[in-house]
Design a protein around this ligand. Sequence first.
Ligand code: ADP
Length: 200
Amino acid sequence: MFAVGLTGGIGSGKSTVADLFGKHGVTLVDTDVIAHRVTAPQGLAMPAIAAEFGASYVAGDGSLDRARMRALVFSDETARKRLEAITHPLIRAETERERQQASGPYVIIVVPLLVESGNWKTRVDRVLTVDCSVETQIARVMRRNAFTREQVLAIIARQATREARLAAADDVIDNDGRPLDELALDVDQLHRTYVSLAGA
Ligand code: ADP
């Protein structure tokens, strides 16, 4: 099925925009949700994670001990790569499965790290970037997550630049200082474009 990869920095408004597409009956596939699911109790990645890192990285309920793993990969780039070598292929396969099973004219695949990780751009038919200034990102995430400015800046520093995300985009939604009903109109228009491109 025709797939649009939806990306944007933290706090840019990906979830907000994805929900607006959902109102048109478009199936949403969220790679963050899938990433969480493969490391939940009985998650598809858990046997390999236990084998690679040891049982101490598995919590009592069989899920990933996220705090412990976060501490490890924060300081150990090789460990991060070993973890991603397990999780990324599973996330890609699950994403593909959901895409195949989707109903509606096309799917929106929400990929926060589309620009940063692997070859996502080649896996989707079209890239839609939700764009806003860094200052807007900071303000939103401080409010949403009760983070400090420094905490938000540290996350932003690990993500691709605004320019890199814009360079990867086929389509851009400007989500800076605009009310939701304006965003909804942009989404209406893009939806018509995607229905037509999907040939649905
Ligand atoms: P992301 O999924 O990219 O991290 P969200 O869609 O969660 O971003 O948006 C971040 C926060 O900003 C949320 O609390 C959301 O409600 C708010 N927000 C996003 N866009 C707008 C907008 N155009 N007007 C008002 N609030 C917005």
